[in-house]
Design a protein around this ligand. Structure first.
Ligand code: ZN
Length: 325
């Protein structure tokens, strides 16, 4: 079997970041998160785990219209009607950046399909609550739906999502009627959103892995996306699900599963990673460090990076010990 590439190929350009009005005027820092995470990677000296691709084309209106009404797409671009249904401060910079965030996920998934030995990463959030005619919950467009539809058209492949954000990713199910081809691109039962707390969360995730494994072995699923949202951590401001030990365990379980299934099918399973949610008003580095620890675990277990430290010290006070600000 082909050896895995050592580095995680990362689809990042500053153009996928919205710098306007996010730091001070937005509850969600997600439009800034790609930039903040890349900075954190440098600070923590983890750059050697990643290989950056920064040249790719942004999505156009016609791409967004694969999963959204023309009216909603036009409203968002022009700043009229329901353009703020995503609950984010609107700016031209936000419009510009979402073309790149959504394209980053598509490009990462496409690269992973064409080069399955390479684990790909799109440092993006803000996609899994959007609906055909509106944004929702800090999400503007359904990037995971659009990328799946495009890859189905181009390669006839179907994918599965492991959405470990702390909130249910409704975009996929809410888009099935509007774009019926999605039932082929992401078959029913392949939008895995674990639920529960600690042991029961892990069990729910494991059930999802087992289900998708059967479909992969039957050649019905050809790639997977792992979105390890940091708001499934118990200390998140608006999420919950796992304490640190169990949250980190999810990354390990996923990584070991990828290796095991790849062995069973005799080739590397195409894997793409994404960020999704994570909210801490007191210390955003806690969110970034969770994401980084998950990525480092994948780099170590799947990519075979031997010199990687995955033992993070989380020195951030948990929710019940924080001083109210
Ligand atoms: Zn969330």
């Amino acid at each position: 079997m082909k050896q895995r590439s050592k580095k995680i190929r990362t689809f990042y350009t500053d153009q996928q970041v919205c710098f306007d009005n996010i730091q001070n005027a937005s509850f969600s820092k997600s439009p800034l998160k790609p930039y903040l995470l890349m900075q954190r990677i440098k600070e923590k000296k983890y750059s050697s785990l990643f290989l950056k691709t920064d040249k790719f084309e942004p999505f156009k209106k016609s791409d967004f219209q694969l999963a959204h009404t023309k009216m909603y797409v036009d409203n968002f671009y022009e700043g009229v009607g329901n353009y703020r249904s995503n609950s984010l401060p609107w700016s031209k910079n936000l419009v510009y950046s979402v073309g790149y965030t959504n394209a980053a996920l598509y490009e990462a998934k496409k690269y992973a399909l064409l080069h399955p030995q390479t684990v790909c990463f799109a440092p993006v959030s803000g996609m899994h609550h959007a609906q055909p005619n509106r944004g929702s919950g800090f999400c503007t467009f359904s990037g995971q739906v659009i990328s799946a539809l495009k890859l189905y058209d181009e390669f006839g492949v179907s994918g599965a999502y492991f959405d470990l954000d702390g909130h249910y990713g409704n975009s996929i199910e809410d888009s099935r009627t509007y774009c019926p081809k999605l039932n082929l691109a992401i078959p029913l039962g392949c939008n895995i959103n674990p639920s529960g707390y600690n042991e029961s969360y892990i069990q729910s995730f494991q059930d999802g892995l087992n289900h998708v494994e059967e479909l992969i072995l039957a050649d019905k699923i050809h790639y997977v996306v792992f979105a390890h949202g940091a708001d499934s951590h118990a200390d998140d401001d608006i999420g919950g699900g796992c304490d640190t030990k169990h949250w980190l365990l999810c990354a390990e379980i996923f990584a070991e599963w990828v290796n095991a299934i790849s062995k069973k099918i005799g080739k590397p399973l195409p894997v793409t990673l994404a960020l999704f949610g994570g909210y801490r008003a007191d210390n955003y580095n806690a969110v970034l460090d969770l994401h980084l620890s998950s990525l480092a675990t994948i780099a170590k277990v799947v990519c075979g990076q031997t010199q990687v430290n995955t033992t993070f010290v989380f020195q951030h006070p948990p929710k019940n010990q924080r001083v109210a600000s």
